[in-house]
Ligand binder design. Structure first.
Ligand SMILES: *Cc1c(COP(=O)(O)O)cnc(C)c1O
Ligand code: SF4
Length: 438
């Protein structure tokens, strides 16, 4: 299959867009597509979206910009500029201003930049002891873009953090000097957007370094959802599978972290073939997704998705909350509601799908899970715990927040007792130290 991609510049040439969308819908896409990244490809268009009813189709919602992703005043502003035929520079300027109002850099992503002998590894992040995140430079884009993406600033070019790097040697040195690191996670964007030869240039030196404490190579990717041909018929598909096998043969655990948002993404012939081929290499596929309004905010969807993943040989791993950036107001689901969706879905599966954890917020102090709603002495409370913490000792200790049905993020919650949560004082001190480094 030849890869064809479309953006806000040429989406009107997609035959299904011409045929099924109204002029108003197309204009809305054009307006919102000035602010948020928009990219879609022929696989998503031809095999995943039901064009008879696009507004009720989760994959259409996942990839095409929607009018209400922008606040009304922002929408009106861009719409007016477009209607008046203002120059592209002017529109870009206004779009940038709007983007800056949408919390483009949530959850302290500038912190925890690793350093070796005074050389900073911009393009890596080491927040939790065991796992170092690595953002290969050529992997900072995707086969299509998710409308809710929290990495959206790097796709529209306003990410001054430049989470991408080339210096594999420095990375290897850093891992060598930090024996607590067992996992390296290649992430993006989507690292599997890279040609296999480029990916190899990152992975092979790591394998050849033979670092005894490094046990796991993780690859975070949406390619099974957006372009499964990456593993079947792309010209370097076989070479990629061979690389996977080589990683496994070397004695590493290859953890393929697959991003799926809906069971519809599991049902094409090509995705099934791709999953089989990846599993044949000895890799283990774990799955993760945020819970998103308009896309997958029902327990039926999650239960079905987890069950089908298990029967295909994949392991459900994380349910995330939509981050507090970009169009969170549009995609966000309140914590209490997310927990209800999680619990109802969890109840409907066999124990084999209950490997999944969540719903979890990737917040500044760590990954905080909502364990549920309970009552202490007649007062309704929310129970939370850390799945990952900046301080590993925070993990697994339940703590309480005042019940708030509408809260969507940790910073909207208040402790039941006292002024602040148990970790907050220590977190402030940790961030102050980090601040002195950056
Ligand atoms: C989620 C995450 C990891 C991996 O955490 P696991 O719970 O081991 O999957 C590592 N680093 C960061 C910054 C993360 O957000
Ligand atoms: S695949 Fe991941 S990084 Fe790429 S657009 Fe979707 S959420 Fe963002």
């Amino acid at each position: 299959m030849r890869y064809r991609s479309y953006t806000v510049k040429n989406f009107r040439t997609i035959p299904q867009v011409e045929k099924y969308l109204t002029e108003k819908q197309k204009f809305d896409i054009e307006v919102v597509g000035q602010v948020f990244p928009f990219k879609v490809n022929n696989y998503v268009i031809d095999q995943l979206i039901n064009w008879e009813d696009p507004l009720n189709d989760p994959i259409f919602r996942l990839t095409f910009p929607q009018k209400d992703m922008l606040f009304p005043e922002h929408y009106e502003l861009i719409a007016r500029l477009l209607k008046n035929g203002e120059p592209q520079e002017k529109i870009r300027e206004e779009a940038n201003r709007i983007r800056m109002e949408l919390n483009p850099h949530p959850a302290g992503q500038k912190y925890n930049v690793p350093e070796v002998d005074g050389i900073k590894l911009h393009g890596a992040q080491h927040k939790y002891k065991e796992t170092i995140l690595f953002f290969p430079k050529q992997g900072q884009t995707c086969h299509a873009y998710c409308s809710f993406c929290f990495r959206w600033p790097q796709f529209v070019g306003i990410n001054e953090l430049k989470f991408a790097m080339k210096e594999v040697d420095v990375l290897i040195e850093y891992i060598k000097r930090n024996p607590e690191i067992t996992d390296i996670l290649f992430t993006g964007g989507d690292p599997l957007i890279m040609k296999t030869s480029v990916l190899k240039s990152y992975i092979q030196p790591v394998l050849e370094a033979n670092i005894p404490h490094l046990k796991t190579i993780r690859i975070g990717t949406k390619s099974l959802g957006f372009w499964p041909y990456r593993f079947t018929e792309d010209e370097d598909a076989q070479e990629l599978l061979d690389l996977f096998r080589q990683i496994v043969d070397r004695g590493y655990h290859l953890a393929f972290m697959a991003h799926f948002n809906h069971y519809k993404e599991l049902r094409t012939d090509v995705v099934r073939e791709a999953v089989d081929k990846i599993l044949e290499t000895g890799a283990v596929i774990r799955t993760q997704s945020p819970v998103l309004r308009h896309i997958n905010d029902s327990s039926e969807v999650w239960a079905t998705m987890w069950k089908e993943q298990v029967s295909m040989g994949m392991i459900p791993y994380y349910m995330f909350m939509a981050r507090d950036t970009g169009a969170q107001h549009y995609f966000g689901v309140p914590l209490v509601r997310a927990w209800n969706i999680f619990r109802d879905a969890y109840k409907k599966t066999s124990g084999l799908a209950r490997t999944v954890k969540g719903p979890s917020m990737s917040a500044t102090p760590g990954k905080v899970r909502i364990l549920g709603v309970s009552e202490i002495f007649g007062e309704k409370v929310m129970v939370l715990d850390f799945l990952q913490g900046r301080n590993p000792d925070w993990v697994g200790k339940p703590f309480f927040a005042k019940y708030d049905e509408n809260a969507m993020w940790l910073d909207e919650l208040e402790p039941v007792e006292g002024e602040e949560f148990f970790y907050e004082k220590e977190l402030r001190e940790m961030l102050k130290l980090e601040e002195e480094k950056v």
